[in-house]
Design a protein around this ligand. Structure first.
Ligand code: ADP
Ligand code: TZD
Ligand code: MG
Length: 594
């Protein structure tokens, strides 16, 4: 029975035919569309199957995935790319839980996303009477996102969606959970009343401008610096104020380090880019200016050997979230605000008389950058057999420099760390990766969102393990015919493919996969193109074909199983490094890279 809120009506009432009625399904769709949402990342099922159908019928793009986690990762990436909340829609309990990882990931990365999940009726759930897919989803979601709301009445859909939008977009962006009990979707109400209950959210992401005193303090700190360094984070990329940011960096004339998803905000080939002299820049800088970047584990919490043991650095930080300041190191000049407003205020204050930093510092970094790039060049052109990461990524570097609008998606351990340092990015928001948590599994969802939201060619560089987390979504990619080229750097395993079972038993090593797996056949199984390549020339040819055809393509690039390092660049985070080599003589091997 359809429950009504105003008067009991059913969908068969004659008014439906004359269009005087609406229901929860249509109000939710109307509320999303009113707020400029055009795409939903979805897995259908009770009670939201028809929500997807109706949304598609109403002209929205509804992409149905094979697993909610990947629909969720797609929504998270869409939020980062578009500055609008990415929408993921799931069924109750298990579907909701599958999507929850992605919601937590969006929140951890400060990206706007709304997870909308169907749920069971309160009167059954709250008495734990055992409903189909019963779960108190609101309570489960709350600790993993910025805000969580439930809409119990169709007439409150406008409010619920507005609150979800504001919570996800304002201040520090993040994930929001919206609980929609199935019966609410079926509630019927007068169409006019329904329409007037909807809310168009005005300025969901208001700018936050720092005060004059804070700006003046920051300018003073920046002017006093002898060896300044800018660190650009993905908050700066998210802010979409690329020209202002470029003007700020160039006016200051400071060298800068981009965090992985801030690569391309200014091109990695810019003369002030210090990426290839990262160690020197971090160690020697006396003033570090963080722009939309946190001093979290990815920056060693701003301490330790990488930062030069001496300490005594001055930190200046732009962040929209006030409590981020002093989270790891004392920040002597905080600028609380959005990157665009802060950059604009700084530019006003700095004026034309700003003297660029000491030439010696800039030159020292430049010399180091040039020598490191020159040292790396032959490795990227090597023709070793079997192929190593450097040779494969040398090809990918060329492809991206010739196709700077392509979006690079990247996950794995060695496949991630080496691609991040080798492959230059030339334009803003053209790199999506594992983010703040270092999650495996973001690959196919991110690639699909990048393709759908930008229309550009996507190149996903995947470790063979990383790919496995979302591999079934190649069917989804084929179904929607997306121009996504996946390159699996296939070294037969996690970190390396030559691991041994230390018991001497028959089971494979915990980090090994079936050797010489033919991943390219997975793509062919669904009508896409698959290639198996063993050297840089073949890899180049296969990527070229994919970029020309814009067809779904999977390239299985065979990599030396002994080429990788345990945990890529973060082996130091493994807790067992002291005892393991004493008890197991084999342990040393994994950490070496050939
Ligand atoms: P990275 O991993 O690239 O270093 P983080 O995710 O650690 O970046 O940091 C991003 C920071 O940017 C967060 O602290 C977040 O609050 C901040 N942020 C996000 N959007 C904006 C914005 N528009 N303006 C200012 N700060 C922002
Ligand atoms: N599970 C999840 C969700 N995230 C993780 N980061 C891990 C497990 C642990 N993990 C890493 O940190 S990297 C990685 C795992 C399983 C895979 C590395 O293997 P790969 O890459 O084949 O993707 P390389 O090139 O072989 O190093
Ligand atoms: Mg691997």
């Amino acid at each position: 029975m359809i429950k009504s809120i105003e008067s009991p009506m059913t969908a068969s009432d004659s008014e439906t035919a004359t269009g005087n009625l609406t229901d929860g399904f249509h109000l939710l769709i109307d509320a999303l569309r009113l707020n400029d949402i055009e795409t939903i990342y979805n897995v259908p099922g009770i009670p939201i199957t028809d929500l997807g159908r109706f949304a598609q019928a109403q002209g929205m793009r509804v992409l149905s995935f094979r697993h909610e986690q990947h629909a969720g990762y797609a929504a998270a990436a869409a939020g980062f790319l578009t500055k609008k909340p990415g929408i993921c829609m799931t069924v109750s309990a298990p579907g909701f839980l599958n999507g929850l990882t992605a919601l937590a990931h969006a929140t951890a990365n400060c990206w706007p996303m709304i997870l909308i999940s169907g749920s069971s009726e309160r009167e059954i759930v709250d008495l734990q009477r055992g409903d189909y897919e019963e779960m108190d989803q609101l309570a489960v979601a709350r600790p993993h996102c910025k805000a969580a709301y439930r809409i119990l009445n169709a007439r409150d859909i406008g409010l619920g969606v507005a609150r979800a939008f504001r919570a996800s977009l304002s201040g520090r962006p993040g994930g929001v959970y919206l609980d929609i009990p199935g019966a609410m979707l079926g509630q019927v109400m007068n169409a006019e009343d329904g329409k007037s209950s909807l809310i168009k959210v005005v300025e969901p992401n208001p700018s936050v401008r720092p005060g004059t005193e804070a700006v003046s303090r920051a300018v003073h700190a920046l002017k006093s610096a002898k060896r300044p360094l800018i660190i650009l984070g993905k908050g700066a990329a998210y802010a979409q104020c690329d020209e202002t940011l470029r003007e700020l960096v160039e006016t200051l004339g400071f060298p800068y380090l981009p965090m992985s998803m801030a690569k391309g905000l200014l091109p990695d080939t810019h003369p002030l880019c210090a990426s290839a002299a990262r160690s020197l820049a971090l160690k020697e800088a006396d003033c570090v200016f963080l722009i939309g970047a946190r001093l979290n584990w990815l920056l060693g919490h701003g301490q330790g050997r990488a930062w030069g043991e001496k300490g005594g650095k001055t930190f200046v930080q732009i962040d929209v979230e006030p409590t981020e300041i002093d989270s790891n190191q004392m920040v002597s000049a905080p600028l609380i605000g959005d990157v665009k407003s802060c950059a604009e205020e700084l530019l006003k204050f700095i004026g034309d008389d700003f003297s660029k930093p000491d030439r010696g510092w800039i030159d020292a970094i430049r010399v180091k950058v040039d020598s490191n790039i020159a040292r790396m060049a032959p490795r990227l052109r090597n023709n070793n057999s079997p192929m190593d990461y450097h040779a494969a990524l040398g090809v990918i570097k060329d492809v991206i420099s010739e196709n700077p609008d392509a979006v690079l998606v990247n996950e794995g351990a060695n496949a991630l760390d080496l691609a991040r340092s080798i492959v230059d990015i030339h334009k803003p928001r053209k790199r999506l990766d594992v983010g703040t948590w270092g999650i495996m599994g973001i690959g196919m969802g991110s690639a699909m969102a990048a393709s759908v939201e930008t229309g550009n060619q996507v190149l996903a560089i995947e470790g063979d393990s990383a790919f496995g987390f979302s591999g079934m979504e190649v069917e989804t990619i084929c179904r929607y015919g997306l121009p996504i080229c996946i390159v699996i750097l296939n070294n037969n395993g996690i970190y390396r493919g030559d691991g041994e079972n230390w018991s001497g038993g028959d089971d494979p090593a915990t980090t090994s996969f079936v050797p010489d797996s033919r991943y390219e056949m997975m793509m062919r199984a669904f009508g896409g193109d698959g290639f198996y390549v063993t050297n840089p020339g073949e890899l180049r040819e296969a990527v070229n074909k994919a970029f020309i055809s814009r067809r779904p393509t999977l390239i299985n690039a065979v990599i030396d199983p002994a080429a990788g390092r345990e945990s890529g660049n973060i082996g130091n985070l493994n807790p067992s490094s002291v005892v393991a080599p004493m008890r197991y003589p084999q342990a040393g091997k994994q950490s070496q890279q050939s």
